[in-house]
Design a protein. Structure first.
Ligand code: GMT
Length: 388
């Protein structure tokens, strides 16, 4: 059999700090490293996308503000840029990460092109595009249409697949392809970074990274962190991808300012991950939670909430501990268990690392995406059974 030719793939995603954009960027990098040609299309360069990478291109969507428009429109200029990129580079696939508005723009782009030059459109659902916007009557029908008309749909967890089927009633197979994380080697030592953070050797450093949106329930995280201090003192490192100043008052009220270290919009996350001991995530909804996976890859367990796809990532009692969402006392107990028992922490951390390296790793997940891409490209239409 002749070798399969490399694919030309357009990826559109949110470029800012956020799980869907981070995953899309990592996927593009991994695919380019495997010989495929990758074209990112967005309003900004994705923040973790390095320059000068072979076979990897970025196309900026220019947005004009016309006096007539009360609200600037992004969907149409994005669709035009996707169509132009597809036409100029002969894309096989447009891969839209996060349905709104990327899936709709990708469909429009496909429909603008002549039939023989149309790329396949694949949409990856990441979370709130289903769980939040899917419920919104102003978005739900448009999301449903975009998914029904796409050539392939993937979701980042079984939870999200089931939720999409339930909330959006999509009459199409959805392929579950989990997220992955490829850690880069840290540029500094653990000791150096802990010195920078002002954390002593004997102190346990908790780790939280997120965009701090309401769904992350950072208010609950702060409350549990404050309560744990009397039973198991520790510090908290927050890699904030959102506005942290909104929490200043609450932190002052709880009297924990001295125990929290914040770094904003960090790209070299590995330097900080290697300095931490225990992840802490209190989301009320989460389709996967990349932050937990990042912790796992660095060999430490997490305390987190038993919501959405998290139990597919964290095996309770094996790679971390789960508590009910909003159960501050349960979260505190779980924290105390792992802060005060370094042996259990190390055991779960080691198991977490193995799970990250065997289940949620690029060689497994990127190959899954590639098999899915090939199946979608080979099928005449979605109904030909692109699912595997
Ligand atoms: O912030 C984003 O870019 C997407 C965001 C969301 O709210 O949809 O995150 C989602 O996608 C991540 C990557 O697949 C997942 O790890 C997160 O769990 C998921 N967030 C939620 O479901 C709340």
């Amino acid at each position: 059999m002749p070798p399969e030719r490399p694919l030309k793939i357009g990826i559109t995603c949110y470029p800012s700090v956020g799980g869907s954009g981070i995953l899309a960027t990592s996927l593009g990098l991994e695919l380019a490293a495997r010989g495929h040609e990758i074209h990112f299309v967005s309003y900004e360069r994705p923040f973790r996308l390095p320059a000068n990478t072979p076979r990897l291109f970025f196309h900026r969507v220019e947005i004009n503000s016309y006096g007539l428009f009360k609200y600037p429109d992004y969907t149409l200029p994005l669709s035009v840029k996707l169509a132009e990129t597809s036409r100029d580079f002969g894309l096989d696939i447009i891969h839209a990460h996060y349905a709104v508005p990327h899936a709709t723009a990708a469909l429009l782009a496909r429909d603008m092109l002549p039939a023989h030059r149309r790329p396949k459109v694949i949409t990856t659902l990441h979370g709130t595009d289903t769980t939040l916007l899917g419920r919104d009557p102003g978005y739900g029908p448009a999301i449903r249409h975009a998914l029904e008309a796409a050539d392939g749909i993937t979701a980042v967890s079984e939870f999200l697949r089931a939720e999409t089927e339930k909330l959006i009633a999509v009459n199409r197979p959805i392929e579950v392809i989990y997220n992955f994380f490829t850690p880069q080697p840290p540029s500094r030592s653990r000791a150096d970074v802990r010195r920078e953070l002002g954390v002593d050797d004997h102190e346990v450093l908790l780790f939280h990274s997120s965009n701090l949106r309401p769904v992350k329930r950072f208010d609950i995280l702060l409350e549990a962190f404050a309560r744990v201090q009397s039973r198991a003192p520790c510090k908290l490192l927050v890699l904030a991808g959102g506005d942290f100043s909104a929490f200043s008052e609450e932190i002052a009220r709880l009297g924990i300012r001295e125990r929290i270290i914040v770094r904003e919009n960090i790209t070299a996350i590995e330097d900080y991950l290697q300095a931490a001991d225990l992840g802490f995530f209190t989301s009320e909804s989460e389709s996967f939670c990349l932050g937990i996976l990042e912790a796992m890859a660095f060999g430490f367990p997490s305390v987190s909430t038993r919501v959405g796809g998290i139990p597919e990532v964290t095996l309770h009692g094996e790679t971390g501990l789960l508590a009910q969402a909003g159960d501050v006392a349960g979260l505190v107990d779980a924290l105390v268990t792992l802060i005060t028992d370094p042996v259990a922490r190390a055991r779960m951390g080691a198991a977490a690392r193995v799970r990250a390296q065997t289940t949620f790793t690029a060689p497994v997940i990127v190959e899954h995406y590639l098999r899915y891409y090939r199946a979608v490209c080979a099928a005449d239409s979605f109904h030909d059974g692109a699912g595997m």
